[in-house]
Design a binder for this molecule. Structure first.
Ligand code: PLP
Length: 438
């Protein structure tokens, strides 16, 4: 399998190069030259398989012989040490809980796979790869815990001092070992500016192999298709239901793009709902065919506050820039903060189920879709992207209720914070990086 850039002016590369580079030299995003297909026979053979066996079957098609099968299988077992539960709300509404990993959000699925692939390829190249990320919270924690202890890699993450939640800061600063947290006296934009400068600093790049781990990396995208396939197979096996639709809480649109990948591979998915908050550039595009990105608006579902989503280029590419063909597969629905709160209440009152605000956006969108398009029969799966405990304020506002803290979070809160305080002057970042072991 080879990978080429959505901008089409870089030369096609191997999965190794696409993983290490992240972004193509022409500024485009890497996509597989053709999307591997599963025949109906292959799919029925996967019925009853474990999550990891399904993940392996998919990964093998994308990775080919770049990683020997037994090692790929070990990588997958090492990534997915936690469950992916599918919870029943009513006889045709389900929640797929993607928050059971170490950082309690779905970004663990992509980050853990990317980390292990990066480690494998770095070992093969006999090099040490330094992952440099600026984070405002969620991505950084998934990357920190994803790369923790992975040989031939280390992480330097920059976060704005005092501008992340206590829980996020704990997740960013306690991984230890090969993960270094820099607490920057500045805001998120300062962190991003410093990271960008490091990537183009010739003296730094002469001594270090730097890479980023943001959501445009193809090796973060591929593993997100695993849980779509798993859900279609589980629904069939456990409830005899086929062709579900997925409601996907969307920010940078990596999650939804991975769903489209799963559908193109042949897994039976009837439709997608792109559920957004007030940041609705893509949902408006699907409706109107005009892409008109707007500045970011702050909402209750903060991880989806993205004005100009980075994976939209890939999504558009898959539909040949044709909004009408995109609209046949995807309905865009934007949900307000008031509707989000109402959806948290409604899920709790009707199903005794507590949803975080991101999941509630997807739930609200699914309900609106069912009302307006008369699609009451299709089974619907809501992707739940974060554990409600990560958004206690919103839950308290909506429900006036305390929720239990999962045990892995309790352990996390007791770990000792370790970070290095630096100013927002680039020179301090450069000198930190130069001071790392070569
Ligand atoms: C990142 C994130 C999203 C958005 O996912 P995209 O792949 O960027 O669309 C939704 N919910 C949560 C909790 C997230 O952390």
């Amino acid at each position: 399998m080879i990978y080429f850039s959505t901008n089409k002016s870089s030369i096609p590369v191997s999965i190794k190069k696409a993983t290490i580079e992240g972004l193509a030299p022409d500024g485009g995003l890497y996509i597989p030259s053709d999307i591997p297909r599963f025949s109906p026979d292959e799919i029925s053979h996967l019925e009853g398989a474990s999550f990891n066996n399904i993940a392996f079957a998919i990964a093998k098609k994308f990775i080919g012989d770049a990683i020997p099968p037994d090692q790929l299988s070990d990588i997958i077992d090492n990534c997915y040490t936690f469950d992916t539960p599918i919870v029943v709300l009513d006889n045709n509404t389900f929640v797929e809980e993607l928050f059971c990993g170490p950082t309690l959000a779905f970004k663990d699925y992509g980050a853990r796979f990317l980390a292990r692939l990066t480690g494998f390829f770095a070992a093969e190249e006999k090099t040490l790869i330094t992952v440099l990320v600026a984070t405002s919270g969620d991505t950084g924690s998934a990357v920190a815990y994803g790369f923790q202890g992975i040989a031939n890699t280390r992480v330097v993450l920059l976060y704005p001092s005092g501008k992340v939640s206590p829980l996020q800061e704990q997740q960013l600063t306690t991984a230890g070992g090969n993960v270094h947290a820099l607490e920057v006296q500045g805001d998120f934009d300062d962190c991003q500016r410093m990271v960008k400068q490091a990537f183009v600093d010739p003296s730094l790049n002469a001594s270090l192999t730097l890479t980023s781990a943001n959501s445009i990396n193809i090796s973060r995208l591929i593993p997100q298709s695993f849980y779509y396939a798993w859900a279609t197979l589980q629904l069939k096996e456990r409830y005899g239901l086929s062709n579900p639709l997925f409601s996907v809480p969307s920010g940078n649109y990596g999650n939804l793009t991975a769903g489209v990948l799963a559908k193109r591979m042949g897994f039976p998915i009837s439709h997608f709902i792109a559920a957004s908050n007030a940041n609705d550039s893509v949902t408006r595009y699907i409706d109107e065919g005009r892409y008109d990105p707007k500045p970011t608006i702050t909402t209750l579902s903060t991880a989806m506050d993205v004005g100009n989503p980075s994976n939209f280029a890939r999504l558009r590419y898959f539909y040949h820039n044709d909004h009408a063909s995109m609209a046949r597969d995807i309905t865009g629905i934007a949900v307000s903060d008031e509707e989000t709160i109402a959806a948290i209440r409604s899920a709790y009152d009707r199903f005794d189920y507590v949803m975080d605000p991101h999941t509630a956006v997807a739930f609200s969108a699914l309900e609106r879709y069912r009302r307006s398009e008369n699609h009451l029969e299709e089974p619907g799966i809501i992707l739940s992207t974060a554990h409600p405990v990560k958004f206690l304020e919103a839950i308290k506002n909506a429900l006036d209720k305390e929720i239990g803290i999962p045990s892995n979070l309790q352990e996390l809160m007791e770990k000792k914070k370790s970070s290095t305080l630096i100013s927002s002057d680039y020179k301090e970042l450069a000198s930190f990086l130069n001071g790392l072991d070569q």
